[in-house]
Ligand binder design. Structure first.
Ligand SMILES: NC(=O)c1ccc[n+]([C@@H]2O[C@H](COP(=O)([O-])OP(=O)(O)OC[C@H]3O[C@@H](n4cnc5c(N)ncnc54)[C@H](O)[C@@H]3O)[C@@H](O)[C@H]2O)c1
Length: 431
């Protein structure tokens, strides 16, 4: 085993990534940039073809970085046999929720089956997909043993959660990695491998602790966002500006981390990951009350926002039905083009059900996706004077908020954009 720790610490080894999406592609490019060999496998032949020609589908991986990785020898394939060339396999496949909001492990199971088919002596297998504690032991370890390999002698298994946040300045290569092996020996080998990939590794005693740490991180966010969303509703009742309150509390040098309210939570992590924990807790007959309350408050925010917009129109003697409303930003967070699970869409759908005439301004998500949601796309330079109300649902940087408030009679600012940018306009109503 010392030999394998030494190997991953010193040699030029090859990383094999299973699943080339938001998590897998940056990891592969990072491995290539660190001077390691890199091979990528994805079930989508279309994705593999696109990557092979140097076109990245991930905003955080510019074509230039992908090109450098390819020039350094990185290859992609939709044939899992390519994974035999790798010394370490990193599983980065989706872990969504099923129809009843239970964990859908089908992608992890399929990836484990792939590992079982290709694994060879000497390989480290690390699961990076977000999941509940016990998954690596229950699904990845059996893949190794079913291939006839002895754990910790011929193959090593670990979990290391990916913490990247799309659009954030901190990229995969800069973010400290939590690493836990299914055994101490597997943890040692995984730690050595990750030390070649990222500047900082935080070793934990087990894969289960590593799995749990990721769920704690995102549950912490969901619960705190839920708290501030509830406080925002209370502040509105009491006639207090919640943004002013959060900014004031955030001046405390310790013991307070600022979370901001909004029209609900979105994306593929915060609404989903706590449910993995809640599901696992239910299996153990344990109630996760904070998760349940946060989910209830956060899920109610789109309807609450739609109600506030309805009230604003009524105050001006306007019905929702037939009124032209502009939704600004339908990505799930600022400065990304990703509209998966976006709360903005739920707000606008609620208003559309009430009969509003909805158009959307989102230069990043773009007209094609906006039309696919059944809304009319509006360009950044278009005349906005025909709208009765604009709702800032996601505050992208590339929008002229001053012009918006000049052209539209009322602006509902669900993101505190005007306060943050220091633009004062009397017709702006914060959440
Ligand atoms: N996107 C994020 O910001 C983020 C951040 C942290 C953690 N995560 C977690 O990382 C994991 C991956 O998420 P993502 O956002 O990268 O997903 P993604 O949908 O962007 O990419 C997943 C890729 O895996 C491929 N794939 C699916 N099944 C496969 C299989 N059996 N074998 C090989 N390839 C397969 C898909 O074709 C796709 O290219 C999830 O568990 C997610 O919760 C995501």
């Amino acid at each position: 085993m010392t030999g394998r720790v030494d190997f991953f610490s010193r040699e030029r080894w090859t990383a094999g990534v299973i699943g080339l999406g938001y998590v897998g592609l940056p990891l592969l490019v990072t491995a290539a940039a660190r001077g390691l060999g890199a091979v990528g496998y994805d079930v989508s032949a279309e994705r593999v073809d696109q990557l092979t020609t140097g076109r990245s589908h991930i905003d955080d991986v510019p074509d230039a970085s992908l090109g450098e990785a390819i020039e350094a020898g990185t290859r992609f394939s939709s044939d899992p046999a390519i994974l035999r060339e790798a010394d370490a396999l990193f599983i980065c496949v989706p872990s969504p929720l099923g129809r009843s909001r239970q964990p859908d492990l089908s992608y992890i199971v399929a990836a484990a089956d792939t590992v079982a088919a290709v694994v060879r002596p000497g390989q480290l297998i690390s699961l990076e997909s977000t999941t509940y504690p016990g998954t690596t032991e229950d699904y990845v370890v059996p893949a190794v043993s079913s291939a006839g390999l002895t754990l910790d002698e011929e193959a090593w298994v670990a979990f290391s959660p990916e913490r990247v946040s799309p659009g954030d300045e901190m990229k995969t290569a800069d973010i400290p990695k939590v690493v836990g092996g299914v055994t101490p020996a597997s943890g040692d080998v995984a730690e050595a491998a990750y030390r070649r990939l990222v500047p900082s590794v935080h070793r934990v005693s087990s894969a289960r602790a590593a799995e749990m740490s990721k769920l704690l991180e995102n549950t912490y966010r969901a619960v705190n966002i839920g708290l501030v969303n509830e406080v925002a509703q209370l502040c509105h009742e009491l006639g207090i500006d919640v943004w002013e309150v959060v900014d004031a509390a955030a001046t405390k040098p310790f013991g307070f981390q600022a979370f901001y309210p909004g029209p609900g939570v979105g994306g593929h992590c915060i609404p989903l990951d706590p449910q993995y924990l809640a599901w696992r807790a239910r299996e153990a007959n344990f109630a996760t009350r904070f998760i349940d309350v946060a989910e209830e408050v956060n899920n109610r925010m789109p309807a609450y926002s739609a109600d506030r917009i309805t009230d604003l129109l009524n105050q001006r003697g306007l019905p929702v039905k037939g009124t032209a409303i502009l939704g600004v930003g339908i990505a799930y967070k600022p400065d990304v083009a990703d509209d998966r699970e976006s709360a903005s869409i739920h707000v606008l759908e609620t208003l559309r059900e009430r009969g509003a005439d909805i158009a959307v301004l989102d230069p990043l998500v773009g007209p094609e996706r906006i039309t696919a949601h059944g809304f009319s796309p509006v360009g950044v330079d278009d005349d906005l004077t025909g709208f009765e109300l604009a709702a800032i649902l996601t505050d992208h940087s590339d929008i002229d908020y001053k012009r918006l408030a000049d052209q539209v009679p009322v602006v509902f600012d669900a993101r505190g954009a005007y306060r943050r940018l220091g633009i004062s306009a009397e017709n702006v109503e914060p959440l």
